[in-house]
Design a protein around this ligand. Sequence first.
Ligand code: ZN
Ligand code: ZN
Ligand code: FE
Length: 722
Amino acid sequence: MNTPSGVFLEAQGGEEDVECFLRGVREQAPPLAVISSVRSGDMTPVAENGFAIRESGGGGNAVQIAPDCDVCPDCLRELFDPADRRYRYPFINCTNCGPRYTIINGIPYDRSYTTMAGFTMCDQCRAEYEDPAHRRFHAQPNACPVCGPSLRLFDSRDNNVDGEPLETAVSLLKRGKILALKGLGGYHLAVDACNDEAVRELRKRKKRDEKPFAIMSPALADIAEFAVFDETEKRLLSGPERPIVLLRKREGNHIAPLIAPANGYFGVMLPYTPLHHLLLRDAFPALVMTSGNLSDEPISYRDDEALRRLADIADFFLTHNREIHTRTDDSVIRVFQGNPIFLRRSRGYVPRGITLPATQKSVLAVGAELKGTVCLTRGDKAFLSQHIGDLQNSATLASMEETVHHLGQILKIEPQVVAHDLHPDYLSTTYARGIRDLPKVGVQHHHAHMASCMAENGLEGAVQGVIFDGTGYGQDGTIWGGEFLVGGYEDFRRKGHLRAVPLPGGDAAVREPYRMALSHLYSVFGDELFELPLACVQAVPAAERKLFLKMLERRLNSPLTSSCGRLFDAVAAMTGLRGMVSYEGQAAIELEAHAESVETSLRYPFEVVTEEDCYVTDFSHMIRSIVRDMGVGRPGAEIARCFHNTLAAAVAETCGLIRGDTGIGRVVLSGGVFQNKLLSEGIHTLLTENKFHVFTQRLAPPNDGGIALGQAIIAGRSISCV
Ligand code: ZN
Ligand code: ZN
Ligand code: FE
C-alpha cells in the first residue's frame, strides 16, 4: 500500500522466506526506486493468501515524490518495434520510466492526482496496470494510442496542419522552420542545429543575442561528432535524469556557429521523452532545444499561454493534450575534476531530497534574486525546488509562489520559519516578509552560499568559506562578492575580501563591463586613466570622460563592491574581449574560454594587506601589469590565463593567513564564480597542495540557485528545534 510516509508492505511466511523477501526489497528494487530507509516489525499472522495492492492510505508525512525520468530501454524498444501496439506512440511509459513530478498535482502518487486523471485506460492498458507481473503494473501514466494523449500540429494562428503530426514536424524542421515543442516540463523552441539561417532567425525572434542555445542529439555517437566527452560526462548524458551537459566543442564541427558564439562549450543533452526520440532518430544529428520563452520570462508550459507568448517566435507548434502541472526547466551540469557541478538543478533531480547533517525545524527559504529556487525542509531532508528564473518581474514571482505552494502540498510540509536574503529590494525578500504569522530570518548572501556548501557536505563546526560571485548585499551596506568568511551555520565573520572599488552606474556596470575596467584603472592610475592606450578606455567618447571621472572621484551612483565577478568583467574589458554583455556572467565565461586556449603557469604580482583585522587582496600591481602587457601586444589569451593563475594564488595565500590565525584548515568554495572550471581547478590544486581540506558543491549549484539551501539550514539552526 502507498502511504504518504512511504510504501507499507505486509508479508507472511517462514522466517527465512520473510527475511529473503526483506532483502529483495533492497536488492531488487526497480530502477526508479530510491530507498531512503527500511523499517520492519512483527505482526500477528492472519488467514490470508495471495497478493494484493491496497488502496492508498492516509497518515504520516515522509513521502518522497519521484523526479521525471527518461524513457527506459524496454519502452524504447517497443517504441520502435512495428509489431508493438505502442509502435511510435509518443506517450509510452512504464513503472521504470516516464513523467512524474511534472504531472503530479497531489499525493499520494495515484493516477487521480496526476494530469492523466482525465484519460480512462482501455481494457488492454487496464489489464497491464492490474497485473503484478507486468512492467506496467501500477504505472500511473500508463497509456496507448487507443486511450491516451495524442499529438496535434498547428501553425502560429492555431490552424491545424494536415498530415501525420510527427512526420510533418520533421519535414518542417528540415526546411528550417522554428517549432515550439511541448516537452516534459515546458515548451522548447526547436530548429535544425546545423542550419545557420534557422538558428539566426531564432536568435532574432527570441531577442537573444549571444546566450548559448542548448542542443539535443539522438545518440552519443552523434554528439561525438561535434563535442568531446569523458566517462563521467558520458554517464551524466545517458543517465535517467538527462541533464544538459556542457561539453568542449570539437574543432571543425558542423553545428551552426551562432549556437554558442565565443564559447568553448556546447550545452548538450540526449532525448528524454518518447516524442524527442521520434523526432530526432534518423532525422537530425542535432536540434536546438532552447526554453520556450522570451528572454527573462519563465518557460511556457500551459498550452494557451504558450500559443500567446510564442506565436511571434515559432512557425509551428507540436503539442499534445497531457497537461504539464509543474513547469520544470532542463538541468545544466558541468564536470569538474570528475565531479558534476550543477549550473542549474531542475528537471530529473527535483524534488529529490538532500540530506542535512541533522534534523531541524521546517523552513521555507526563498533564495535571492538571480537563478531563483526555493527550499523546504522536513526533518533532516531539504527539498530544493526546480529553477524558477531571475526574480525580476511579476511572472517569475508568480511562478515562485506557485512553486512554494505546490512543493509544500505534495511534500506535506508546513514551514515553521521563513528565511530570506538581507537585500531589502529583492522580490523574494518582499514576498517572505509578506508571509504572516511565521518568524523570519534574514540571511547574509555569502553566508548562505557558504552554508549551502557545508550542508551538502555534511559539515559541522567552523570552516573557511571562499565565496566569489557577482553581487550580494553585504552587512555594511556595500556590495560583496569576493569574500573570505570564517564561521559555521550559527554565525560568521568576514576575515578577508578583494579590495572594493566603485561600481560606476550601479546595475549599468553589470551590463557594461568596460565600466568596471574604468573603475579598476582609476583606482590605480587616477586622473591619468584616459591617457592609457587601452581600446576599452579610448572607446569612451570625450564628452563622457569627464562624467566618468566625476562619478569615480565623488562616488556618484557608484556603490563600492568587492565582487569577484566584476573583476572578471574588468579584465575581460581591459584585454579587449568585450565592453558590453548581453547576459549576466558572459564576460567571465568568455574570459575563461580565452584563458583555456593557452597554457602558462605565469602569474602577476599581487598583495594581501591587513586592514582593520581583515585581509584585503590588492590587485593594483596586476592591473598595472595587464596595461603594460596590452601595450606590448601580449596575446589576450595569455593575459587571461595569468589572471586566473593570479586569482588562484591570491586565494591560497589568503586562506593560509587565515589558517595561521584560526587554525581552520577546511575550506568550502561557493558562489557563481566557481562555475568557472579553470579557476576552480586552480584554487583546488593550490589549496590541496597546501594541505587544506577543500569542499565544493556537487548536489546544489554554487551559483544563486543553491542559496536557498544555505538559507534553510541557517534559519533552521538559528531557531532551536523543539
Ligand atoms: Zn519504461
Ligand atoms: Zn490503452
Ligand atoms: Fe551569489
